[in-house]
Write a protein that binds this ligand. Structure first.
Ligand SMILES: Cc1cc2nc3c(=O)[nH]c(=O)nc-3n(C[C@H](O)[C@H](O)[C@H](O)COP(=O)(O)OP(=O)(O)OC[C@H]3O[C@@H](n4cnc5c(N)ncnc54)[C@H](O)[C@@H]3O)c2cc1C
Length: 472
């Protein structure tokens, strides 16, 4: 049911800080409902293009008072539809992308609608960086609030481990600071379960000195080279300042399955080429690795994960070393999928060999983020065109997870997940429950949810308590 004209008038009148409301058909509406994956797009009742914190508060209060579903959108990369709503209100933060770097205090203040490209560019002006996502068109909002990892994780931990404070609009419209010293319970919760607690209007991150040039790039190998790539990934993971992800796609112009490797070394080219020499020796079909400015590092995967088409994502996990036979079985499964389901050749699978040791320096119960363990992330991003194949592509994503679960069980017997939950919330939006995602931290989250958002205004992303909101 559409939101009534009277209510829209009321909403417009409550926004005094330069924000605009767009209804279906109006200019500005379409960009508010567009998402990285068309599969995640929904027909909102109205889009609020927010331009100030008071207007964000007013929108939250309006939604709560009128029981209208609220979806916050930052970078728009949710694959589970958590930043979209059927008939409710989209709170679009994309006008709020300011970044302020304090080079003396070594902090970076970032507005809630910024993208990682904004952060990398501003921080590198000062020879600084913080842990950022590996695709720089993703939003700081969703990625941070779910935990966040990136190429700098082996050195500096996860994104939430570098978060100093957040300014947040809560369910009652109040604006609060959360940090280790102010509202520490809220700060604990938002570092992993953030989207369940409010709208983050500003994040402040710890900045680290970062060399200007790093060594990185993409390599493509024929599938016969898979075991060589796997053996190399096993040997390089844990080498200081080196990391790689490998996986599969069938991108144009090849359009048939190939092995991809994204490589990174946070140091000089000379040393990098020495470390990665055994991989380079396998003669990749394509190799873009070289010295690049740090600020462009997180753009190197952008061309593999462009906007458009239908996509979902399912994360799973693995432990090192990866068995070449297992990797081959995932490749065979992938090859069968792309030859069976039309237009899926840009589907992407990644084994992210990013050393997680630094995460163990923070206790599992120190933040809501609960995947501090030996498990490394794998992810499949099925990409397709026709809605006719929605079910098949989601089912493929589930099967992918089953393969990884079976492999973990083969390697370690019954999987206990005592060391990390083995699930990354941001990769498994609609495929995993909050209990699975938060493990031992779940009960404390329920208590805090009851305190900060008893009416479940923020209910779209791994809902901590069942969705009780009524659609307008
Ligand atoms: C191509 C691609 C690459 C990725 N790479 C990485 C990676 O390197 N590392 C990693 O950790 N993850 C990665 N991810 C996963 C990523 O963290 C999630 O997709 C995340 O949700 C993206 O956030 P967003 O702001 O772009 O998305 P949105 O769809 O805008 O938001 C996602 C969720 O966060 C909420 N949200 C967004 N902004 C705010 C805010 N300011 N306040 C409160 N809630 C907010 C939304 O309501 C929604 O529930 C990647 C995903 C994709 C699609």
């Amino acid at each position: 049911m559409a939101i009534s004209a009277e209510l829209i008038d009321e909403l417009r009148a409550s926004l005094k800080g330069g924000s605009e409301v767009f209804l279906p058909g109006e200019e500005g509406y379409q960009s508010g409902v567009k998402r990285w994956s068309e599969y995640s797009e929904k027909a909102a009742g109205a889009v609020v293009a927010a331009n100030s914190t008071p207007d964000i508060s007013a929108t939250v209060v309006f939604s709560a008072t009128n029981s209208i579903e609220l979806a916050i959108v930052g970078g728009g990369h949710s694959t589970g539809g958590s930043s979209s709503t059927d008939g409710g209100i989209v709170l679009d933060l994309s006008l709020l992308r300011g970044v302020t770097v304090d080079p003396t205090a070594k902090t970076i203040a970032v507005q809630g609608g910024a993208l990682w490209a904004d952060v990398d560019a501003a921080a590198s002006e000062h020879g600084l960086a913080t842990v950022a996502g590996t695709v720089n068109h993703t939003g700081v909002g969703g990625l941070t609030l779910g935990g966040g990892w990136g190429w700098l994780t082996p050195r500096h931990g996860n994104v939430v481990d570098n978060l100093l404070s957040v300014t947040m609009v809560l369910a009652d419209g109040s604006v609060v600071q959360a940090s280790e010293t102010e509202n520490p319970n809220l700060f604990w919760a938002i570092r992993g379960a953030g989207s369940n607690f409010g709208v983050a209007v500003e994040f402040v991150y710890r900045a680290h000195e970062q060399r200007q040039d790093v060594w990185a790039g993409l390599m493509v190998f024929p599938t016969e080279k898979l075991s060589a790539v796997v053996e190399f990934a096993n040997s390089v993971t844990g080498v200081e300042d080196a990391a790689m992800s490998f996986g599969f796609s069938a991108p144009p112009p090849l359009n048939s399955p190939a092995v991809l490797a994204a490589v990174f070394y946070n140091g000089p080219e000379e040393k990098a080429t020495e470390i990665f020499a055994p991989l380079i020796a396998h003669n990749p079909l394509m190799n873009s690795a070289g010295s690049i400015p740090y600020k462009t590092l997180n753009g190197m995967l952008n061309s593999a994960v462009t906007h458009g088409d239908r996509k979902t994502a399912k994360g799973s996990s693995f432990t090192m070393p990866v068995s070449p036979e297992f990797a081959q079985s995932v490749l065979d499964h992938f090859s069968a999928f792309v030859s069976r389901v039309p237009d899926t050749n840009q589907t992407l699978i990644l084994f992210e060999c990013i050393d997680p040791t630094k995460l163990f320096t923070v206790a599992q119960s120190a933040t809501a983020f609960a995947n501090r363990g030996k498990y490394m992330n794998s992810v499949v991003v099925p990409r397709w065109i026709s809605p006719e194949y929605d079910y098949e592509c989601r089912e493929y994503a589930r099967e992918f997870d089953r393969l990884f679960r079976a492999e973990r069980e083969r390697k370690e017997g019954a999987v206990t997940h005592k060391s990390g939950v083995g699930q990354y919330s941001n990769y498994s939006e609609t495929f995993a429950s909050a209990k699975e995602i938060y493990g031992e931290n779940y009960e404390r989250l329920v208590e805090l949810k009851m305190k900060f958002d008893p009416g479940n205004v923020f209910s779209k992303w791994h809902p901590i308590v069942p969705q009780i909101k009524v659609q307008n």
